[in-house]
Design a protein around this ligand. Structure first.
Ligand code: GAR
Length: 193
């Protein structure tokens, strides 16, 4: 993939909630040496707290009505095209993309997941890891394929689970690491373009 005129890969971030990963990606993207820019925020949820970062950093936002998935993805597609998006980052996006959509953007969609994949795909990862007596959990950035949380792993960070950890304390520790890991993962894949 060719770099655009500003030498940065034009990236869209898809969110559904708090958007703290979005915030960390935006902040990193503003560093002079970053290899990507955040040009578009897509959300299926107009109440997503993370949408505030669109206002704060003057980034285009698009809220998508997901009542009809086909229509929703058509609208997303249009928006991605209009904004010449080259890379898609899912960051707490709680909708499943269709096989067709994923095929269209093959190798250009990445996701962050709060576990050491392939362990604990899906939801409630921290609770399940603690209940199973795991000594470690962590976070993973991976390419998105048509199976849930199963695409090729780009990078992972391992985090110790202590006896005193609850799903809440563990989630906070992991989220903090996610904020470091996601920009690192993008830098890594873009270097291979
Ligand atoms: C993050 O922990 C992310 O890994 C997780 O949702 C959170 C979003 O936080 N994603 C998933 O569970 C996807 N399966 P954020 O909105 O503050 O970035």
């Amino acid at each position: 993939m060719k770099l655009n005129g500003f030498n940065k890969i034009k990236t869209a971030v898809f969110i559904s909630g708090n958007g703290t990963n979005l915030r960390s990606l935006i902040k990193y993207s503003l560093l002079r040496n970053s290899k990507f820019s955040i040009n578009l925020i897509i959300s299926n949820n107009y109440k997503a707290k993370g949408l505030q970062y669109g206002n704060r950093f003057k980034i285009k936002k698009k809220i998508i009505n997901y009542k009809n998935v086909k229509k929703a993805e058509k609208e997303i597609n249009k928006s991605l095209k209009e904004n010449k998006i080259q890379l898609i980052c899912l960051a707490g996006f709680m909708k499943i993309l269709t096989k067709n959509f994923i095929k269209k953007f093959k190798g250009k969609i990445v996701n962050i997941h709060p576990s050491l994949l392939p362990k604990y795909k899906g939801l409630n990862t921290h609770k399940r890891a603690i209940e199973n007596g795991e000594k470690f959990s962590g976070c993973t950035v991976h390419f998105v394929n048509s199976k849930l949380d199963s695409g090729k792993i780009i990078i992972q960070k391992k985090i110790r689970i202590y006896k005193k950890d609850t799903p809440n304390t563990l989630s906070k520790k992991i989220l903090k690491q996610e904020h470091i890991l996601y920009p690192k993962a993008l830098t890594k894949i873009i270097s291979n373009y």
